[in-house]
Ligand binder design. Structure first.
Ligand code: SF4
Ligand code: SF4
Ligand code: FES
Length: 246
């Protein structure tokens, strides 16, 4: 057992500041355990959102020592305890209170993405035939737990606040899952290029690095979507075809 100092952001939409708390750290503890212990011992009004404590609900996202992390999956033994452990709410979204942020923008932006639209069934009994490799391709995207850590780290949202013009990596993964679905026949490319701002992504891969589900966000979702947009709108043969088609 060792005693450690935690520097936790306390405040609300109106502003806040870091406050120090001290608690015992025991073997096997994660950051969320320490936050709960601080709640129990010295800050009963400290707000923190969590549900599963198993890295699956995506609720406990925060910034630990400046890094976007799930608090329930961040082991205390991996942090240097000789200095205060800083815990702050995600910066890309407005704070509600303490470590809890308002992530509702993500759900509003998600609603604007065109829904799944399957082609007509392949067989008279109303079923489809799809290749396993096409299923495997989108399976990775379905692992997303909507923790929004990728949205938090993306500089387009975090630093440039282009929430109205760019849907961010999480929603590009969602769009990729739909666009690459073997049954889907909807075309989401015009919106991806315009109102959803895929061009703002300059492939820094910061989103991929922080994803707790290890989704290869940039290489497997964003880059293929960018290629489709380029093919659709900048391929000279396709442009000519569209011009003739009127
Ligand atoms: S790769 Fe694109 S989406 Fe991901 S963090 Fe960088 S700019 Fe944002
Ligand atoms: S893509 Fe990864 S980092 Fe982004 S919301 Fe989903 S699980 Fe979280
Ligand atoms: S509490 Fe569910 S992901 Fe951390």
């Amino acid at each position: 057992m060792a005693r450690a100092t935690f520097r936790i952001w306390r405040g609300d939409r109106g502003g806040g500041k870091l406050e120090d708390y001290s608690t015992e750290v025991s073997e096997g503890m994660v950051v969320l355990d320490a936050v709960h212990q601080i709640q129990a011992e010295s800050a009963p009004d400290l707000a923190v959102r969590w549900n599963c404590k198993a890295g699956k609900c995506g609720s406990c996202s925060a910034e630990v020592n400046g890094n976007p992390r799930l608090m329930c999956m961040t082991r205390m033994s991996d942090l240097p305890l000789g200095e205060p452990v800083t815990i702050e709410p995600m910066k890309t979204f407005p704070p509600i209170r303490d470590l809890v942020t308002d992530v509702s923008w993500n759900f509003a932006a998600k609603r604007k993405i065109k829904k799944f639209k399957p082609r007509p069934p392949d067989a008279p009994d109303g079923t489809w035939r799809i290749a396993q490799e096409d299923v495997d391709r989108v399976q990775e995207f379905r692992k997303c737990i909507e923790c929004f850590l990728c949205q938090d780290v993306c500089h387009v949202l975090r630093d440039h606040h282009l929430h109205e013009e760019f849907i961010g990596p999480r929603l590009l993964v969602y769009a990729a899952a739909l666009e690459m679905h073997p049954l889907d026949i909807e075309n989401r490319l015009p919106e991806l290029r315009q109102s959803q701002g895929i061009g703002y992504c300059n492939i820094t891969k910061c989103c991929t690095k922080v994803c707790p589900e290890s989704i290869t966000i940039t290489d497997n979702a964003i880059i293929p979507l960018k290629e489709r947009v380029v093919d659709e709108f900048y391929d000279p043969v396709k442009r000519l075809f569209r011009a003739f088609r009127g």
